[in-house]
Design a protein around this ligand. Sequence first.
Ligand code: FAD
Length: 386
Amino acid sequence: MSMMDDASFATLKNEVAAWVAGPGEEWSERIEQEGAVPEALVDELRERGYLSLAAPEELGGRGVGFPRFLQLMEHFSRLHASIRMLVHVNNGIWRAVERYATPEQLQEIVIPTIKGEKRIAFTLTEADAGTGADIRTTVRREGDTYVMNGEKHLITFGVSCDWWLLTARLEGTTGHEGTVALLVPNTDLPGAEVIDDSLTMGITGTDHAILHFHDTPVPVSALIGEEGQGLEVALGGFLLPSRISVAMSCVGLAERAQQLAVDFSKERVTFGKPLAKRQAIQFMLARNHAKILAARELVYAAARAFGEGRPDAGAMSSACKMVAVDMLAEVTDNALQVFGGRGYFKREPIERVYRDARAQRFEEGSNEIQSLIVARAVLDGTANYA
Ligand SMILES: Cc1cc2nc3c(=O)[nH]c(=O)nc-3n(C[C@H](O)[C@H](O)[C@H](O)COP(=O)(O)OP(=O)(O)OC[C@H]3O[C@@H](n4cnc5c(N)ncnc54)[C@H](O)[C@@H]3O)c2cc1C
């Protein structure tokens, strides 16, 4: 796999930092004001190659290796969550499908997605089941067709995507057995209902869907991987690195919150002194700083474990996400506290940062689910401190 060289990466990183500080901030304000992600922004991200960073050059990507991609995510995450979401999802979803794709799926679906011309939505969560081996959406094979029944919800880009990377199970199976991953085209399939469910607390402008399927025919050629590999496709290839990327998103957003708080503390004067001179405020900022640094180091440690294919990489990825989301909750809360009452008002960017941050505690699995993964590894000896 050809990867970007050191000099090109240094140039790219500077370019991304400048874009984030300038146009990226302007786009962020516009999304929040308009309540929508302008198509011109998606075009700009595509044309700048920001949707194609992490995939190898052979597949139409820019060949930025994973630890370096994280350095860029740290910058992008300082922006509006909808920009972060576009960059994060498009630079990650190909990992789930690339290794299992047929040559036809590679040409028609994977490569156009990597180029940012098409969009795939990760479609796992269900309202009436636990995430993972509990899923209830079923398929029944009839000749060259899977007949699908079930419901999905909370699906980011589920309205606007071109395909749903959907996890279901063969009728009559339970647990991991019989699960399938399908690249289902988001075209007017018979029996498929797409409900726009985009009114969220944060991440304004990003679409989310509820999906209903009633005897919906899906061609068997939509299968990705083998029957029985559905959860392996969904959870193995995508979620492990994606959790590390979400953890780095927490670091970037926390840095933004901290920057806003530091700037404000120097401007706001109470009882004759700027807030920055008060030890109570200094301690909050110091604690924020230490926690951000610690989380960032853990994210890179997890990225190394993933890169080296270590057996504890899964537990590391969950552990770093747990630590990073808790850190983000504390840092954004402290930052808003520094602003006093005005931080609660929409005219201050910290208000949006605070709301956007809350979503990250659910993305790619809650902390309770990460804890189950880490606890398993701790108890079976996979997790270690080497
Ligand atoms: C903004 C946003 C975007 C999302 N995008 C997507 C997407 O694109 N695709 C997708 O598939 N999903 C998506 N999700 C769903 C997300 O992955 C889930 O919300 C998350 O995994 C939690 O699952 P749940 O909502 O079903 O919670 P539930 O499973 O209903 O859990 C409710 C609470 O109980 C806890 N809990 C559940 N089971 C256990 C257990 N066994 N032990 C202990 N505690 C438990 C949970 O941690 C949680 O606190 C998105 C969610 C949000 C908020």
